[in-house]
Design a protein around this ligand. Structure first.
Ligand code: MOS
Length: 730
């Protein structure tokens, strides 16, 4: 058992095991279930007697609910009840999840906040009644609806004060600089836009609640739900074996979980609540807009002497979360004079929370665009500028870095992409009606390990069962955890089964912050190594001479089948891991580099990404296929963030004008060219016993900046406002 991870595990154990499962590009074992419609998602269970709930969302941005006229739907077919109590309307989105509500049911904080749940026998009846329900509101004003950093009426508070940096004298460094950049970039609010909408089915047996839902971290979600309902965690079980994407929006429980549970308890029947796409967009959460003031001071050779990154984000007045925009700026580049700060504007919009790679996703794209501006001022190749600014140690704390493949990613990516064919002058390449340009950016995302538990069982038949409440949100948990156990214990992968997404199983790390695979995977490794030890002693050899392969054990001149060594009683171990001293002693991050080629239409300003290369180093690759898929998905997000994605809130009443996938434009196939992903070979013993780091979010962190820089290189227009729609270019 590892327990606290206090010392880098430099043992090369996983490089010397015999089957080669770790890192192999194996298919996801549940993949076929998903693409054939066999996998059961949260809303798809068939429970006898189950009834349906539909939400009513507030049509005002601030005010109170004065009166709910229950009689207005009393005669409607199938109607069973209207639920609008305080507990249900706790804002259950992440950030406040699990804590007492700031305000009860009567207060409306944003347009689209759920104010009542109508339950009926069928979904259609519930929706019809929800539409007909008369609610009287008392709207209040004034309310700050707009993210308008210049408006003096906007209440702004300091946020993320723990990570603020004020070192040296940046103002002086800017005055002394040979080359400097002082610019402000802006990004708009984003939707997580997971394919599976939020949904929950609640079922009570006496005082025990079973909730089938779509969540990312169900150990944590059990605590939130129990707290919201005022019951013991022991009485709550959450099942989420398949999750159709989360991207942060399902880190915490949302309204549907609490409402379904309350209604089901009251009606003594199972209740299902499925949000419509529009309700997910309006009610659940968003990524904050940002305004980012970036200052770069450099010497004659382009070496940074100072770096400033001061960001304004937004959230509801009583929400604490602020997008950690400067998270990677803290450690990525040198410069002894530093100022990093995040502020939060209090505005009445859908709550802001973590959306895939909170911080780096939007922070890196602005920083990397500003770096491109500096490269031009210095007259230096943008790749070379980054190489010159890789610090030896953390520029504030002096902490050493664990493994860091930034230079390799920059060089390998540039070579593979053909960066040397780029013309440094804008407007130097035209093909018909299109300007063609190239741009690049660094990628960086902090690495985190979270506490995790997993149970591994080696059966008398020589099969393996891996169990954890870890979720698989499309990321590959089922595949990866099986590979780790199978490899460590020499069991062929088709004899390994993985059970996930049930809170009754040992609590894994959950899916978030790119930490799921390395954290829960390390717990699986720990449990598997404990079983290995038992097998060695039963065979009569030292653990380090034991070779396990294809169900056979050998060592110390003896051999046996693994099933024989197990005997009649299964070997069961639970592995545990917790972050320890290595998390403090090393600056840990995953790194990479993006290269993009774009075409900008001469007449319309429309931008097409023609090709994109990403080179990434994130420690040991646990499954080359799922890792590559994460990188591809991230790069697709870069295209959306660069060109199209923007939640548009109406300035008059605060309603979201584009609350679905028809109007909120994520990239579609036509927008995405062939993307090239390079996985660099790396081991990071400080990051985890697997020597792996996180990859789930790395592919988003900076790529939109590469596209911004390519647009500038193509047509000479520097757009400092994302998304770079054609009106900003023409
Ligand atoms: Mo991630 S935004 O921590 O799911």
């Amino acid at each position: 058992m590892f327990g606290m991870y206090n010392k880098p595990d430099t043992d090369n154990f996983l490089d010397t095991t015999a089957q080669g499962l770790i890192g192999a590009p194996l298919d996801r074992p549940e993949g076929k279930l998903k693409v054939t419609g066999t996998a059961c998602y949260a809303a798809e269970y068939v429970l006898p007697d189950c009834v349906e709930g539909a939400f009513v969302l507030a049509p005002i941005s601030a005010g109170t609910v004065k009166w709910i006229d229950r009689a207005s739907i009393a005669g409607m077919p199938g109607v069973l009840g209207v639920f609008a109590d305080d507990a249900m309307l706790r804002r259950a989105a992440q950030g406040t999840a699990g804590k007492a509500p700031a305000q009860g049911v009567q207060t409306v904080d944003y347009f689209g906040q759920p104010v009542a749940l109508v339950v009926a026998e069928t979904f259609e009846q519930a929706v019809a009644a929800a539409n007909a329900l008369q609610i009287e509101y008392a709207a209040t004003d004034p309310v700050q609806l707009d993210f308008d950093p210049e408006a003096e009426t906007t209440p702004v508070v300091d946020a993320r004060e723990d990570s603020a940096v004020d070192q040296g004298d940046l103002d002086q460094a800017m005055r002394d600089a040979i080359h400097s950049v002082d610019v402000t970039y802006r990004t708009e609010a984003h939707a997580a836009a997971a394919m599976e909408p939020h949904a929950a089915m609640a079922e009570w047996n006496d005082d025990h609640l079973t909730l089938r839902g779509s969540y990312q971290m169900i150990g944590h979600n059990v605590a939130e739900l129990a707290d919201s309902l005022g019951i013991s965690e022991k009485n709550v079980r959450i099942l989420a074996p398949y999750v159709g994407g989360g991207f942060g929006s399902k880190l915490g429980i949302s309204y549907e979980a609490v409402a379904a549970a309350i209604a089901a308890r009251e009606l003594a029947r199972p209740v299902r609540v499925v949000l419509s796409r529009q309700q997910v967009f309006r009610a659940v959460m968003r990524r904050s807009e940002t305004r980012q003031h970036i200052r770069l001071a450099a010497d004659a050779e382009g070496r940074l002497t100072g770096i400033g990154h001061e960001a304004l984000t937004s959230n509801l007045p009583d929400e604490d979360f602020a997008e950690p925009v400067t998270q990677a700026t803290d450690f990525l580049y040198r410069g002894e004079h530093r100022r990093l700060a995040v502020k939060r504007a209090k505005i009445a919009r859908t709550p802001a929370g973590s959306v895939r790679a909170p911080g780096e996703a939007v922070g890196m794209q602005a920083l990397e665009a500003a770096m491109d501006e500096l490269a031009e001022r210095v007259g230096l190749d943008p790749v070379e500028l980054r190489l010159r600014n890789i610090p030896e140690r953390h520029p504030s704390s002096g902490t050493p870095y664990s493994s860091r493949m930034l230079a390799q990613a920059l060089e390998e990516g540039a070579r593979s992409f053909g960066w040397d064919r780029r013309k440094p002058q804008p407007c130097a390449r035209r093909e018909g009606d299109w300007w063609i340009g190239m741009g690049m950016a660094s990628a960086a995302r902090v690495n985190m390990m979270m506490p995790a538990k997993a149970r591994v069982t080696l059966t008398p038949q020589g099969g393996l069962v891996v169990e954890s409440d870890q979720t698989d949100i499309g990321t590959g948990s089922y595949a990866i955890l099986g590979q780790i156990a199978g490899e460590t214990l020499g069991i062929p992968i088709d004899h390994v089964s993985v059970r996930l997404g049930d809170s009754a199983l040992p609590t894994g790390a959950g899916s978030g912050g790119s930490f799921g695979a390395i954290s829960t995977g390390s717990a699986v490794l720990s449990a598997s190594r404990a079983i290995r030890k038992t097998l060695a002693s039963r065979l009569g050899c030292r653990t380090d001479e034991l070779v396990l392969r294809d169900g056979h054990a050998a060592g110390g001149n003896r051999s046996a089948s693994i099933a024989d060594l197990v005997g009649e009683e299964a070997l069961v171990e639970t592995g545990r891991i917790k972050p320890g001293k290595t998390a403090m002693q090393y600056t840990q991050a995953s790194y990479g580099a993006f290269f993009a080629e774009v075409a900008v239409n001469v007449w319309t300003g429309e931008t097409r990404v023609r090709r994109m290369t990403g080179a990434f180093g994130f420690g040991r690759v646990l499954n080359a296929k799922t890792a590559r898929s994460q990188c591809l998905g991230g790069m697709v997000w870069c295209i959306g963030s660069a060109l199209t994605e923007e939640l548009a809130f109406d300035r008059r009443d605060g309603h979201l004008a584009n609350p679905d996938l028809a109007e909120y434009h994520v990239p579609v196939h036509r927008d995405v060219p062939d993307l090239d992903v390079i996985l660099l070979e790396e081991r990071d013993p400080a990051a985890s016993p697997l020597q792996a780091k996180g990859v789930g979010e790395l592919g988003i962190c900076g790529g939109a900046g590469a596209i911004c820089n390519a647009i500038y290189n193509a047509c000479g227009v520097r757009v400092r406002s994302f998304p770079m729609t054609l009106d900003k270019i023409i």
